[in-house]
Design a protein around this ligand. Structure first.
Ligand SMILES: Cc1ncc(COP(=O)(O)O)c(C=O)c1O
Length: 483
C-alpha cells in the first residue's frame, strides 16, 4: 500500500520567524559533538545545575517530603531512633538529618495547599504563596507603614518561570502590528521571540557599552522618537536588571529616570529582575522600591531559576502587577484578563510553586536549617564571582577583547574588536566550539550595535574546568583573529 502524502498546512509565520539563539545552531552543533564522544562545556545558557551546581539542601528536603508525605512520618520515627541511640546510624551524617523545622514547613505547606502537589491549584497560585511573595517583596524593599507601597497578593501571579509571566504581559499588550515594545540591545531573546510571536514591533534601545552599559533617559527618548517617526505606538518598556547578557546593575537614580520616562510617555514597565541575587556585593534596588506610591504601571518578574537557587528545570516564578492600566473596550480589569490567560493552562506546576514559596521564605537566622542553607548560598555566590573573575582575567590575554561594566547576572559579554575579514561572531563561536569544546553564543543572537561583535559566556562550569579550557581558548583566540 502506498503511504499517503501528509496534508500540507500553512503555519504561523511569526513562529517560523522567531529566533532563540541560546538554543540555536551553536548549541545544536555542541549536541552533535557530544554524540560523537567529544567533551563540550555548555556555557550557552544560564542553567547552573546542568553544570554541576548542587541543589540547595533545604529546598530539596522540603520538596521531597511534600511530594511524598509518607516520608514525614518515617522521618519522625527515624528522629526518635536517633535520639534514643544517641546519634545517627553509622554512615549517615548530620547532613542527611531532616530537622524538625523542615518537617514543620513541609506539613504547613501541605496543610495550606489542602490537596497536595498532585491537584490543580488556583490559576494564579494559592493565596498563601502569593501572600508569602508579597511579604518577601515588602521586606526586600524596606516597605513599612511610612515607606513605600505594600505589595498586594491580588496583583501577584505564580508562574511556570519568569518566561511565562513575560509572555502574558507582552501577548496582552500587543493588539496590532504597529504596537511596539522597547527592549534593550543586547537582550535576552525571550523578549524578541515573544514580540515576534505576538505579531508586534520590537523597538530597540541601546545602553552605552563603552560607559559600562549605562542607561539613561536620553537613550530611551531617542529610541522612542525613532519608533514614533515610523508610526509605532510604543506600549511597553522591558528592562533586564541585572542585565542578561551585559551583567549591568542599575542604580536607584537610573531607575528613577526610567520610571519618569515611562510615566511621561504613558508606557508600562516590564522589569525582569530574575538576577536580583546575582549582584556579587553590589546593592540591588528593585523597580517597585523606587516606584513607591507613584501610579506608573509596573510588571515585575522573578524566578527560581537564577540567584543561588538554580532550579531552572522546576519552572517557577512570579509576576507582580502594580498600578495595572485600564483595558480599553472591556469591563474586565487588566489583572482579570491576566488571570484569564493564566487559567487557560489551569495552573502553574505545583513543584515550581513550592520552590518559589521556599525562595521567598528562606530559613531564618537561628533556625536549624539556617547554617547549612547560608553556607550553601554563600559558596555558590562566591564561586560564581570567582569564576567570572577568572574568565575576565583570561580576556586580558586575548588580542583586542574588551569586557565592559561590572559583573552581574551569570554572564560575561566581551566585545571582539578584531575578527578575520569577512567573518562574524557566529563564525568565531562555532570555531571556538569545534576547537575547544566551549559552547558560547554569538553576540548577534542577543542583538548588538551594528558593526560590533561579541559573545556571551555563562560563568557556570566548575572552576577546574574553566582553568583547563581557558588557556586553550586564549590560544585559539589569538591564532583565529590573527590568521
Ligand atoms: C533575563 C531573563 N529572564 C527570564 C529568564 C527565564 O527565566 P525562567 O527560567 O524563570 O523562565 C532568563 C533565563 O535565562 C533570563 O536570563
Amino acid at each position: 500500500m502506498n503511504a499517503r502524502e501528509p496534508i500540507h498546512l500553512t503555519v504561523n509565520q511569526n513562529i517560523l520567524e522567531m529566533e532563540y539563539a541560546v538554543r540555536g545552531p551553536i548549541p545544536r552543533r555542541a549536541a552533535e559533538l557530544r554524540q560523537q564522544g567529544r567533551e563540550t562545556i555548555l556555557c550557552n545558557i544560564g542553567n547552573p545545575q546542568a553544570l554541576g551546581q548542587k541543589p540547595i539542601t533545604y529546598y530539596r528536603q522540603v520538596l521531597s517530603l511534600v511530594e511524598d508525605p509518607a516520608k514525614i512520618d518515617r522521618e519522625r520515627a527515624l528522629e526518635k531512633r536517633w535520639k534514643t541511640d544517641g546519634g545517627p546510624p553509622a554512615g549517615l551524617g548530620d547532613i542527611e538529618r531532616v530537622s524538625e523545622h523542615v518537617l514543620k514547613v513541609s506539613e504547613q505547606f501541605l496543610s495550606n495547599m489542602k490537596s497536595g502537589l498532585g491537584a490543580y491549584s488556583e490559576s494564579n497560585g494559592p493565596l498563601f504563596i502569593r501572600e508569602a511573595i508579597a511579604r518577601f517583596i515588602d521586606k526586600r524593599d524596606g516597605v513599612d507603614t511610612t515607606h513605600g507601597s505594600p505589595s498586594n497578593p491580588d496583583g501577584i501571579f505564580v508562574t511556570n518561570g519568569a518566561s511565562e509571566g513575560a509572555k502574558y504581559v507582552i501577548d496582552l499588550l500587543i493588539a496590532d502590528p504597529k504596537d511596539g515594545i522597547m527592549i534593550p540591545i543586547p537582550q535576552y531573546p525571550l523578549y524578541s521571540a515573544t514580540i515576534k510571536k505576538s505579531g508586534g514591533t520590537q523597538v530597540n534601545y541601546y545602553p552605552d557599552e563603552d560607559s559600562g552599559w549605562v542607561l539613561n533617559r536620553s537613550i530611551l527618548e531617542e529610541a522612542l522618537s525613532a519608533a514614533r517617526r515610523d508610526g509605532i505606538r510604543v506600549k511597553g518598556l522591558v528592562v533586564i536588571h541585572p542585565g542578561n547578557p551585559t551583567g549591568a546593575i542599575l542604580g536607584a537614580e537610573t531607575i528613577r529616570e526610567i520610571i519618569d520616562f515611562a510615566r511621561d510617555n504613558e508606557i508600562v514597565l516590564i522589569a525582569d529582575e530574575v538576577y536580583q541575587e546575582n549582584t556579587y556585593g553590589a546593592t540591588f534596588t528593585s523597580f517597585a522600591k523606587v516606584l513607591g506610591r507613584e501610579e506608573v504601571p509596573l510588571f515585575s518578574l522573578h524566578s527560581i531559576s537564577k540567584g543561588f537557587y538554580g532550579e531552572c528545570g522546576h519552572r517557577g516564578g512570579y509576576l507582580e502587577v502594580r498600578n495595572p492600566p485600564k483595558a480599553a473596550g472591556t469591563p474586565l480589569s487588566f489583572t482579570e484578563i491576566l488571570l484569564k490567560q493564566a487559567s487557560v493552562c489551569l495552573c502553574p506546576n505545583t513543584a515550581g510553586q513550592l520552590l518559589m514559596y521556599l525562595v521567598v521564605n528562606p530559613p531564618e537566622e537561628g533556625s536549624e536549617p539556617y547554617r547549612l542553607f547560608a553556607q550553601e548560598k554563600q559558596t555558590i555566590l562566591t564561586d560564581l564571582w570567582d569564576k567570572a573573575t577568572l574568565i575576565r582575567e583570561g580576556f586580558k590575554h586575548m588580542d583586542q577583547v574588551e569586557c565592559f561594566g561590572r559583573t552581574g547576572a551569570m554572564y560575561l559579554f566581551p566585545r571582539l574588536n578584531k575578527l578575520p575579514v569577512g567573518t562574524t561572531d557566529f563564525d568565531y563561536c562555532m570555531n571556538l566550539l569545534e576547537t575547544t569544546g566551549l559552547c558560547t553564543v554569538n553576540g548577534s543572537g542577543f542583538g548588538q550595535k551594528e558593526g560590533t561583535h561579541h559573545l556571551r559566556i555563562a560563568f557556570l562550569p566548575p572552576k577546574k574546568l574553566i582553568e583547563r579550557v581557558l588557556p586553550r581558548w586564549i590560544e585559539f583566540h589569538n591564532a583565529y583573529v590573527n590568521r
